[in-house]
Design a protein around this ligand. Sequence first.
Ligand code: ADP
Ligand code: MG
Length: 227
Amino acid sequence: TEELLRKSDKLAVVGQLAAGVAHEIRNPLTALRGFVQLLKSTVKEPKEYFEVMLSELDRINFIVSEFLFLAKPQVVNFERKDLVAILQSVIKLLETQAIMENIQIVTKFTDLPSIHCDENQLKQVFVNLLKNAIEAMPNGGEIDIQVKMRDKDHVQVRFIDHGCGISKERIRKLGEPFYTTKEKGTGLGLMICYKIIEAHRGQIHIDSEIGKGTIVDVLLPVSVPRR
Ligand code: ADP
Ligand code: MG
């Protein structure tokens, strides 16, 4: 519980920070992007500079969007949904990327009752987790996605990859803002996952071994108790 508390404290701080900063950054960013685009089409010399400027602007914009998601009180729309269907749509979304990376996604789904959840938010969690699994396996291989009842009130969604793994010291850092080991990473994906799963009164457990791979478990209550 202490660990969970520590993480949600951090989320609150980041949330406040993001709310203020993100809006202030968005407007000048949009204006800047427009002028760079304009210059790119009128100035003849080094075009690559403009490409770099545009892609850096896009990156800032992307990070600000992720941040805004963290800051905004999300409009939650809890409904009874079929978790397996949600997972299947996420797999479909990332299938092409997986195939290109020589990755097979192997599923093991058991029958489940419908789950009290916000479908779009859960999709976002599963996209983040599956993306991380894919990105951990640059040489391809198998990713397993398994769903089962953990006990009579909870379902467990498990993502198993056979990728680079995470060291014990680093596992503790997961979910902290901007903690990333990727050149193009934001280090916000897991944080968003924690936030969403916390709102569902669920839990995320990560177990990993360097060079062997990673298991991410998402535990979700079948019914979310009212706060
Ligand atoms: P990002 O993917 O943008 O780096 P995340 O919050 O999704 O941000 O992940 C943070 C870091 O956690 C990653 O950079 C990576 O080092 C580590 N990580 C997350 N999932 C995995 C995984 N399945 N295998 C190995 N490392 C992982
Ligand atoms: Mg990620």
